[in-house]
Design a protein around this ligand. Sequence first.
Ligand SMILES: Cc1ncc(COP(=O)(O)O)c(C=O)c1O
Length: 424
Amino acid sequence: MGEEEQNSKFLSQVGLSYNFFANSLWCDTGDRMVIDYDSSQRLGLVQAEYQRAWVEIDLAALQHNTQQLRQWLQPNVQLMAVVKADAYGHGAIRVAETVLAAGASWLAVATSQEGIQLRRAGIAAPLLVLGAINAPAEIAALATWQLQPTLCTPQQALVFSETLAALRQTLPVHLNLDTGMSRLGTPWMQAVEFTQFVRQLPYLELTSVYSHLATADDPDPTFLSVQQQRFEEAIAQLRAAGLTPPLLHLANSAGTLRDRTLHYDLVRPGLAIYGLYPNPEQRHVLPLRPVLQVRARVTQVKTIAAGTGVSYGHRYVSDREQRIAIIGIGYADGVPRNLSNRLQALVRGQRLRQIGAVTMDQIMIDASPLPDLQPGEVVTLLGEDGQEAITAEDWAAMLGTISWEILCGFKPRLPRVYRAAECS
Ligand SMILES: Cc1ncc(COP(=O)(O)O)c(C=O)c1O
């Protein structure tokens, strides 16, 4: 028997023909996804049909959430979208463009690098850097890129003023008061001294005074009220001293959704922009839609005998002959290994169990309910498929963490594929 004939015989024994891979290995996702070819190419990515796994970003949902938040605010309250940490893993540039078009007028990042990335992409909106910057070289970069710093201490304000004086450049600055988060900021009781000090320094243009809430997602309002009272007290003292800044702000997503008296001149939501709620009790406030979905493809399907161990350590052993599918995503992509044997996957609108340890690049699922499952089919780990949905909150609850951490956990190795806002 010739080699070709032998191969043909083997393939027919396993129920395949030569055409199989050519025709169906990377089948069409069939979900009318619009690939953002421009940004995919810019990032050196190939289109989703050829990816083993990807993060799918629903820009229509992002647009919807921004519009919902915009409508929730009084017209005079500005919306600052928090796009730090690569927009909580969603991709800062596309997110920034979308939220600005949908009603946000400010952006916030954590670091100067994050701000520079947005400026290089041509984003001109006012941009607040929430982290504390101290090094003169970094201050010069902020001035070059017109990024607005947070000032947390008088010492830092002095370094800023001296560095900017040498450059003969003025920067808008935002003063952070610590009202109870015990993170960055000057103690709220020193609001007047701190503001006065900054006001008399050259090259600093006082633009806002702000604080950050520690417990706004806690159903118990006790400490939230303490923080708000402290902020109010600081504002009253600033007003009495004739030092009222142009803008005052306090609210993250939880504060924004919780109470309009926390809004002041501007709100700083992050999580809500991405369609998640800081606290399940806030679901009734606005109908938000999760923006991020995580999908991967079946890369192999096989049948294992009863008593077969699956994955490292054989933490799963089949109790019967079982059809399993291997999926091309693992902990190096951001699927937490601590979810081993606990994950679920949506395939063709059905919920399937993940089995065995999550490995670096692959996971296995119990495909018994779908005996005709094929390589190339799309599996949803986070997101919707038919009537079923798995959310970042579900993962967070299993892991004893928060949904913010889940969103930020997906690695750059997973390409971000954008579903266009206009197609909603
Ligand atoms: C200072 C500040 N403001 C606003 C936010 C946005 O928070 P959230 O994602 O809870 O809305 C953050 C995020 O951690 C922050 O650090």
